[in-house]
Design a protein. Sequence first.
Length: 380
Amino acid sequence: MKHVEYSTEKPLNREHSLKRLISSFITPDITSYDRNHGPIPHLSADNHTITIDGQGLTPLTLSMDDLRTTFAQHEVLCALQCAGNRRHTMRTESKEVQGIDWFDGAIMNCKWKGPRLRDVLIRAGIDGNQDILQDDGMYVAFGCYQVPCQDDWWYGASVKLGRCLGREFDVILALEMNDKPLSPNHGFPVRVVIPGYTGARHLDHICRWVKWLDRITVQKEESQNHYQRYDYKMLPPDVDSSEKADKYWDLIPPLEDVPVNSVVGEPGDNEEVHTLASGKVIAKGYAVPQGHHGQVTRVEVSGDGGKTWVDAELDQFEGKTQKWCWVLWTASVHMEKGQGKVILSRATDEAGNTQQEQSPWNLRGVAYNGYGLSKNLNVV
């Protein structure tokens, strides 16, 4: 019998210190966030399997050893971000929202390794031709039936088939995180990694990176799981109650690509900040691109409420361009001495997507990407 941690009623949800988070380009397990809708199962890689079936497929069951030894292994460096990351800012800078009060640390930037999902689907009989890639009516549904959730007895999610078959999207079945086997918290022995998609993971993120994966099905409809149908959607601004939301859930598409975003991680809110001899303050943070539109190319930082901006220096992994991952940034900004000061940040990615000052309010508080903000600073 498998061992489980936590419970359906009290799942593990936590984020770590933002300063600690941005101290490392690759997020170690110890500082990664946790988002769960139920308990964490401790599974055995020796007997865990994934069943692949559905439209146009010959049912196939693969062991973890099959995934590791009979398919080419692919590594991808990418950020995983909860759809509710920065919900606290929407809640406090706009108005009340529903959901866990995430600050700015529900994100992690890691190396993931495992076989391409494309290769697994082709092994099961999918024809990876151009017609299928362009068929918006086909989905790949992912399921975990290992433990019950708060709102359903299993966890499921789905994405368009084309997203799973396109080589350029780097979708994998991850067996490793940061050159080590996945930890139970992060889906051991196998989870889906879909770069650019929000992290609604079963029992740990926002919605598509399903952990403890045991079922993959190709089908002509989205997953009917509760978390695909009734959560992680950006409802219209006039929907301000659960009752009003009822008629919209089946009309609004699920949140997919994360928006371009940046965060000021240092100094933090309410801190006393000492200026350098030049009268400037050092600020640091992270920035992520929008979906699959290319890497962050620019982060601008302001120390005077947005009147003037300076370009930050961007730190990329080993000096290489990375499509899916965050950049860490550092800027030196002039600030007048006094209390109640703020530092703002805004990011731009390769496709020209740029953060706006405000992010649209929505009931679930998802996908907040207004300017990065560190407020109520005492500059001395």
